[in-house]
Design a protein around this ligand. Structure first.
Ligand code: NAP
Length: 247
């Protein structure tokens, strides 16, 4: 028996548990299960690992993506660069940390750009400055796309929302929402942008996946932009975790 699971706190609804449970059933994978481990403190991780001998891999969610790093033996390059881990491989009593959001975003972005027939963008705006924004920034840098982070506070990003004028929007063909704005149940909220400056050369990527078309994407689409939601990225990061656990 091989056990996989998710650590975080609290764990109310979990995409990963549903995804892997359905995957095991659909692909007739018989010797695996996926469990939820809502640990109240990250210090409980070593005990969890020594108590469950069959544990082969974990996903990590809020609030432990950064805190878990102190408990790992090794970090893969992307996780190190972003300083956040969402996947752990457990093998030969060694814990290795990965960031599969990096992989999921890169795969999804490449597919989106190709499908959009807009050509590869040179410059991008990243809305938000949290963990997902750092993963996005790392990928864009790797792909040679210059990016600026947009924040509500003056000391966090390179730009404020009030700086976003016609020229900045025109210069940055790719705009990525990494804020939770638009996410269910607050579906009417959206990032504050001069949407009228968006045109048919633009690509709008939303990391939010529920609903499938946020107001941010709807407004971009109305201006002729190509749009992409976060669902493909979500599946991409989960499949990458599975690949890592089975290496
Ligand atoms: N599709 C996927 O696979 C995938 C993967 C990872 C994350 N996500 C989604 O991406 C989003 C962000 O995740 P995260 O882990 O980076 O969260 P996070 O660490 O909380 O960061 C979100 C950032 O958004 C900005 N923000 C927060 N509330 C805001 C508001 N009301 N108005 C404007 N900006 C706001 C903040 O930046 P400032 O304070 O600088 O403004 C904050 O740092 C979530 O919706 C998450 O579900 C999707």
């Amino acid at each position: 028996m091989k056990i996989f699971g998710l650590i975080g706190y609290p764990l109310s609804h979990s995409f990963s548990k549903k995804y892997f449970t359905q995957k095991f059933a659909k692909e007739n994978i018989k010797d695996c299960s996926y469990e939820l481990f809502p640990i109240e403190e990250i210090d409980q991780l070593p005990e969890l690992i020594s108590n469950i001998r069959e544990l082969r891999g974990l996903n990590v969610t809020i609030p432990y993506k950064e805190k878990v790093i102190d408990f790992l033996d090794e970090l893969e390059e992307g996780a190190k660069a972003v300083a956040a881990v969402n996947t752990i491989r457990i093998a030969d009593q060694k814990l290795t940390g990965y960031n599969t959001d990096v992989f999921g975003f890169e795969k999804s972005l490449r597919g989106f750009v190709e499908k959009s027939r807009r050509g590869f963008p040179e410059k991008a705006l990243i809305l938000g400055t949290g963990g997902a924004a750092k993963a996005v920034h790392y990928v864009l840098e790797k792909l040679g796309i210059k990016s600026l982070m947009v924040s509500r506070s003056i000391d966090k990003g390179q730009l404020n929302y009030t700086d976003l004028d016609a020229l900045i929007i025109k210069e940055n063909q790719l705009i990525i929402n990494t804020t939770p704005l638009g996410m269910s149940p607050d579906v009417q909220s959206f990032p504050s942008l001069p949407y009228r400056e968006i045109g048919s050369d633009h690509l709008l990527f939303d990391l939010v996946y529920n609903p499938g078309k946020t107001v941010f994407l709807e407004k971009g689409e109305d201006q002729g932009a190509a749009i992409q939601n976060g669902l493909d990225m979500l599946y991409g990061q989960a499949e990458k975790a599975w690949e890592i656990w089975n290496q």
